[in-house]
Design a protein around this ligand. Structure first.
Ligand code: ADP
Ligand code: MG
Length: 312
């Protein structure tokens, strides 16, 4: 059976189960994706995120156990990254609306949004509530990774030997190739938009998540405003990085670390990944250098684009 592609989680998702694909299993996997979208999407009425945001400063809401699990993880990464990864950045994300209306907000709007983006002003137990009106959670930087983990559980339960899951560029490779060799996953060249590769990631049973300036952005007067926002300045992060890719068995960890490391930049980002056992980080800079940090089990990176070079 050929791979299946459907829209979910606000992106294009492709699942390839190779010769073990059945109609039923494809339906189950995509069904789980729409369930996850129904819980986390800030844009879907009745989702946990939408209800929590609607009740901000007003009333506590009942959350699903999946949501609390992901939220707890997100708060851990917020602490681990000194707030660079911020699950309560909703007001700033909505303000910039990258991918929507192309407009640079005023400094006053940015300050106001940052004021309302303190992830500590959130109560979870015994009931969940954002403490101030106007606060908003956005778990978009971690949900795709969580979704990879959830689908992986189904693959294991169904005793599937090999599969590839691609949720809009966040990928999980399950098992190995029929030859027993690892999968070969292309690392996007951030300069070329969607197309060229600058290297190959050889991996098995691994999640690969990328945060980059090329995924969502708008341009005004030749300047690029991308979707990775600094909770410290309120502007898109500018630190010489074009992308950070993190490879780890855990999808949620890969996704959170990629975003956190991008926002932190090389020095602090590298330290964060070095402290996370089983994670490999690939940092791509706009001067066409790459830096690697950490190690992931059964993972190797090969540089193929001649213009790029590995730096220390
Ligand atoms: P993608 O979703 O494109 O794969 P990421 O996992 O890096 O990439 O998530 C980026 C999304 O996370 C942004 O579009 C925005 O919704 C949200 N975001 C932006 N900046 C931050 C931040 N500093 N902390 C947490 N979430 C962020
Ligand atoms: Mg992420």
């Amino acid at each position: 059976m050929s791979p299946r592609t459907e829209e979910a989680l606000g992106t294009i998702c492709t699942i390839n189960l190779f010769d073990q694909g059945s109609e039923e299993l494809y339906r189950r996997l995509f069904g789980r994706l729409s369930e996850i979208e129904g819980i986390f999407s800030p844009h879907l009425e009745g989702s946990d995120t939408a209800r929590l945001n609607l009740g901000a400063g007003l009333e506590p809401v009942e959350l699903s156990s999946s949501f609390i699990y992901v939220l707890d993880k997100a708060l851990d990464y917020a602490e681990l990254s000194g707030g660079a990864f911020n699950p309560a950045l909703g007001p700033l994300i909505k303000l910039w609306d990258i991918g929507g209306e192309a407009r640079i907000p005023s400094i006053f709007e940015i300050e106001e949004a940052l004021e309302l983006s303190n992830y500590r002003e959130l109560e979870i137990y015994p009931q969940a509530m954002l403490l101030r009106r106007g606060m908003a959670l956005d778990l978009g930087a971690i949900v795709k990774g969580y979704a990879l983990d959830e689908l992986r559980k189904i693959l294991i339960e169904e005793e599937i030997d090999r599969a590839i899951l691609d949720l809009g560029g966040d990928v999980y490779v399950h098992g190995a190739r029929p030859s027993g060799d690892p999968w070969r996953v292309g690392l996007q060249d951030p300069r070329e938009g969607l197309g060229g590769y600058l290297g190959i990631i050889n991996a098995q049973d691994a999640s690969i998540a990328t945060s980059g300036t090329y995924q969502r952005y708008f341009e005004i007067e030749g300047r690029r405003y991308h979707h990775l926002l600094s909770p410290f300045t309120g502007y898109p992060v500018e630190n010489g990085l074009m992308s950070v890719t993190v490879i780890s068995r855990s999808g949620i960890e890969a996704d959170a670390l990629a975003t956190a490391a991008f926002v932190l930049g090389w020095e602090e980002g590298r330290a964060l990944i070095a402290r996370s056992e089983g994670a490999l980080g690939i940092f791509v800079f706009d001067d066409e250098t790459l830096r690697l940090v950490g190690e992931a089990q059964d993972v190797e990176f090969e540089l193929i684009a001649g213009e790029y070079r590995l730096a220390e």
